[in-house]
Design a protein around this ligand. Structure first.
Ligand code: ZN
Ligand code: ZN
Length: 567
């Protein structure tokens, strides 16, 4: 089997870190229980386990009521359903006439137009034949005739006499009677997905019930008094009746079709749909005209009605829900990601100052396996002889490395192996180290800065360098240089020791021949001594004073130094 195929027979999974901690363990379980409770409550509250289906419906309405009114010029007029429900009914709505302007016995002819500001004339010259506009009742004949004793208007060819009244009568002619009209609303609904059929006249409602039921004490009664509807829409019937308007009757079916909790009843609510106040001056209310025709002595006559009224729009909406295993699985699946919040929160908590620096470092080292990448050269690890801990700093091209603020401060990790070996090696080499200060060890901190000494140097041993990222001293505060320590020479510069170390790595090589190898080994010795094991994703930096000493001891033949690269 080829190698490429073998990779198909592999499975990768995540590696986890287990932290034994009572605090973190109980926190994890508490959070998980809280999340579980939240998920369950949301599921029951919103019925997330149900499949939903929107309602399909049809509506019919049946108006009842008779009104007797005094119409000026006509006397007593009786209005029954045919009269007041208007000529045509729209789908899912019904209309009730509440106010009316009647112009009786119109016939085709010529008569004076209704006077308005711009329609008053003095002579025939003010009128033009054939003219009309939006407000005209007919087409002008070109003559100027008397409208009444005082005014003259242009004569029009129209249904005469023309309708003279423009404002509806107040109070509305039918308001008092129409308030007591009743309407029976029949609403059949269907939920196609569940093949469920129902109507708002429930099976238990019989003829006697419907005749006697009253909405005041029975919210399910399908017979409504118009006055009650308008009142529940928070409107005044007498005011609304004058100019008319539109009232919405909303029927909401919110059905639960689960066997144990089956419930499917309509809920009625009412509100006004047209503009009430904001458009007061611009064509308020609802009105339209219709005419009834008859002939008198062979002449066609008509009675014109301008009807004001209330249109009731019945709107049905709703949904039904029923348990669905698929919905339940989908819901549970969508909530699983909430458990990740526990991990995010606890990981964040570990990163905060609630935990000791060592514990944080320990957790993060166990959790993360850093791999040197392009960032490797950006994070530098630095150690000072007068500070116990390691600093991680970001490489800067603008600031001297000595002054860059640390990203983090870590405890130093000792590397015992190689040093133990080195220390054991020393006596055997016979070069007993002189454990005495090389220059000024133990003396007081240097009081004055030397003349050629760079500003960032605090030990007095560093030379200046053109690169900011190499400007690093061995100290944070003024004091003696690390190179003056009695251990510096035997540990870092001792040629026999470095040769032994190189031979330890390459038993048959000739370490003495390469000063470059010795120099790099000296750098490694310094790092192992002062930085221990630096974090794997950082680049250790050797202070300038030590670099100077090491380069002086093991100079490059061509004077070219590449800088230290850790193995
Ligand atoms: Zn220095
Ligand atoms: Zn120094």
């Amino acid at each position: 089997m080829s190698c490429r195929l073998l990779t198909l027979c592999q499975y990768e999974t995540n590696k986890l870190v287990r932290i034994n901690s009572v605090r973190l363990g109980s926190l994890k379980w508490t959070l998980n229980v809280v999340i579980l409770m939240f998920i369950c409550i949301m599921m029951l509250w919103n019925k997330q386990y149900q499949e939903l289906d929107p309602v399909v419906s049809s509506v019919t309405a049946k108006l009842k009521g008779v009104a007797l009114t005094q119409v000026p010029g006509l006397g007593d007029v009786v209005w029954d359903v045919v009269d007041y429900s208007g000529p045509a009914q729209e789908k899912n709505s019904f209309f009730v006439v509440t106010n009316v302007i009647i112009t009786k016995n119109q016939k085709q002819g010529k008569c004076a137009e209704v006077p308005r500001e711009d329609k008053v004339c003095q002579t025939d010259k003010d009128c033009s034949k054939g003219a009309w506009d939006q407000h005209s009742h007919g087409v002008q004949t070109g003559a100027c005739v008397k409208f009444d004793v005082r005014r003259k208007t242009c004569e029009v060819s129209a249904w005469c006499p023309v309708e003279t009244r423009s404002n509806p009568p107040r109070p509305a002619l039918l308001a008092a009677a129409a308030e007591n009209f009743t309407v029976l609303i029949k609403n059949n609904i269907r939920f196609p997905a569940f093949n469920y059929v129902r109507r708002n006249i429930l099976p238990q409602m019989n003829d006697a019930y419907l005749r006697g039921c009253h909405r005041g004490d029975d919210a399910l009664c399908p017979i409504f008094r118009l006055g009650d509807i308008v009142h529940q829409a928070r409107e005044d019937f007498a005011v609304l009746a004058v100019e008319g308007g539109v009232i919405g009757i909303q029927i909401n079916w919110d059905c639960n079709l689960d066997r144990l909790m089956e419930r499917c009843l309509p809920k009625y609510s009412f509100r006004r749909l047209d503009e009430k106040e904001s458009n007061r001056t611009l064509y308020p209310g609802l009105n339209f005209r219709f005419a009834r025709y008859h002939s008198e002595n062979g002449v066609e006559m008509r009675t014109l009605y301008k009807a004001f009224g209330i249109r009731f729009d019945v709107m049905v909406f709703g949904k039904a829900g029923k348990f669905s295993f698929i919905q339940l699985v989908v819901y549970i699946g969508s909530t699983l990601s909430y458990y990740a919040l526990t991990t995010i929160f606890i990981d964040w908590l570990i990163g905060t100052s609630c935990y000791k620096m060592e514990a944080r470092q320990n957790y993060s080292e166990r959790k993360l396996y850093p791999c040197p990448g392009s960032l490797f050269q950006c994070i530098l690890s630095v150690s000072f002889v007068d500070e116990d801990q390691l600093r991680l700093v970001r490489k800067s091209r603008k600031k001297s490395l000595q002054n860059v603020k640390p990203l983090s401060v870590l405890p130093r990790k000792e590397n015992n192996g190689s040093h133990l070996r080195a220390m054991l090696e020393l006596p055997k080499q016979g070069s007993t180290p002189k454990l005495t200060p090389v220059n000024g060890h133990g003396s007081k901190p240097l009081p004055q800065r030397g003349p050629g000494e760079p500003v960032w140097c605090l030990c007095g041993g560093c030379s200046s360098t053109p690169l900011h990222q190499e400007e690093l001293c061995c100290r944070r505060s003024r004091g003696p240089c690390i190179t003056s320590s009695p251990l510096f020479h035997p540990l870092v510069l001792s040629r026999p020791l470095l040769e032994a170390l190189l031979r330890y790595r390459d038993p048959l090589g000739d370490p003495a021949g390469s000063t470059d190898a010795l120099r790099h080994c000296a750098y490694e010795q310094y790092i192992a001594w002062r930085l221990g094991v630096p974090p794997a994703d950082s680049h250790p930096v050797v202070p300038r004073c030590c670099v100077d000493k090491i380069r002086a001891e093991f100079p490059s033949l061509d004077g070219d130094y590449k800088g230290f690269r850790p193995r």
